[in-house]
Design a protein around this ligand. Structure first.
Ligand code: SAM
Ligand code: DTB
Ligand code: SF4
Length: 355
């Protein structure tokens, strides 16, 4: 079997630290070529999935995540807002759909959902789903039962990030453990929802921590269907506000390595786009990013205006991906196509050997 066709079919969960480090060590051009090659085996290289994000409950979160504007321990002058009413969320979801988003992601600043809030969340999810949008939520830690209830209510994706390596984790968050996060992820997976899980880079971690984060994600039993790569948004009043800037090529490397390790996952260019030039974003797409948050607001910080993204898509010849179901179909077709080519090549090889 040709090397190309082989890698189109093989999804690995046994990456070694050495292999991942070796990808980071590649010259940029070699890394980009490899990432783009893998990307083309599984996806339309010019399609980007658009998700719109809405913070449905803001601030006063009991966790101490040192990057976050919404932690009660960070003095960020953020206005605390209670859980939104269903109709308010629906209005935003309709607007997001009208603007071309295929998925609507709802974030709540909770350590874990409160019992009353959770009942309302189930109704909100049902409502958004009825608009024909894919639904995603990020509500903090979940119990096994809550994960099943969310699935039943119509939730397609649950976002819960590992954020960084197991080794660097307690420099960033002390109020819940890495294992707590892994437990929530396995409840989500067992309940049959799709997993959206990634991390943040540029928090003062070493490259070995970025290797560790991507290695952990890639060696999960199932790769997350969606892997958000966030570049730290420095927020005044948080302990990470004055962190030194990460070299932007290092961020692009992370995207490329994620693409190679998790070939069928959607790699999302998430927070931090406001600090990226058009050229840097173009390199992220070339490295295999195929999903973004679309719309002028992330949770509590700004994102590029929709018009700005439309313009950049025009200049780069990119187009919005319909839904992830379409992406999965595309991925299967690309793999089947690679398989068919291999068969043809093998038949040709056999014929050559015969003659
Ligand atoms: N409370 C929930 C939780 O932590 O799971 C949901 C919301 S939380 C804000 C979602 C994710 O956003 C975090 O896990 C983190 O990866 C990302 N995030 C938050 N603040 C960020 C920042 N300032 N820069 C980059 N990413 C950030
Ligand atoms: C994710 O990985 N990134 C999004 C989403 N999941 C919820 C959040 C980014 C937050 C950026 C900082 C803010 O706007 O508060
Ligand atoms: Fe709370 Fe999530 Fe912010 Fe951490 S990242 S403080 S859990 S809202």
């Amino acid at each position: 079997m040709s090397k190309t066709a082989e890698s189109a079919q093989e999804i690995r969960h046994d990456w070694s630290r050495k292999e991942v480090q070796a990808l980071f060590d590649l010259p940029m051009n070699d890394l980009m070529f490899q990432a783009q090659t893998v990307h083309r085996q599984h996806f339309d290289p010019n399609a980007v999935q658009l998700s719109t994000l809405l913070n449905i409950k803001t601030g006063a979160c009991a966790e101490d995540c040192s990057y976050c504007s919404q932690s009660v321990v960070n003095d960020t002058s953020l206005k605390v807002e209670p859980l939104m009413h269903q109709e308010t969320v629906m209005e935003s979801a309709r607007e997001a759909k009208k603007n071309g988003a295929s998925r609507f992601c709802m974030g709540a600043a909770w350590r874990s959902p409160t019992p009353k809030g959770f009942e309302r969340i189930l109704e909100i999810i049902g409502g958004v789903k009825s608009l024909g949008l894919e639904t995603c939520a990020t509500l903090g830690m979940l119990s096994n039962e809550q994960a099943h209830q969310l699935k039943e209510a119509g939730l397609d994706y649950y976002n819960h990030n590992l954020d960084t390596s197991a080794e660097y984790y307690d420099k960033v968050i002390t109020t819940r453990t890495y294992q707590d996060r892994l437990d929530t992820l396995s409840f989500v997976r067992d309940a049959g929802m799709k997993v959206c899980c990634g991390g943040i880079v540029g928090m003062g971690e070493e490259q070995t921590d970025r290797v560790g984060l991507l290695l952990t994600l890639a060696n999960l039993d199932h790769h997350p269907e969606s892997v958000p790569m966030n570049l730290l948004v420095k927020i005044e009043g948080t302990p990470l506000a004055d962190t030194e800037d990460l070299d932007i090529f290092e961020f692009i490397r992370c995207i490329a390595v994620a693409r190679i390790l998790m070939p069928r996952s959607m790699v999302r260019l998430s927070a931090g786009r406001q600090s990226l030039s058009d050229e840097a974003q173009a390199m992220c797409y070339l490295a295999g990013a195929n999903s973004i948050f679309y719309g002028e607001r992330l949770l509590t910080t700004d994102n590029p205006e929709a018009d700005q993204d439309r313009m950049l898509f025009g200049r780069l010849g990119l187009h919005p991906m319909e839904t992830e179901a379409d992406a999965a179909r595309e991925s299967e077709l690309a793999a089947a196509d690679a398989g068919a080519h291999t068969q043809v090549n093998e038949q040709a090889d056999e014929q050559q050997a015969v003659h």
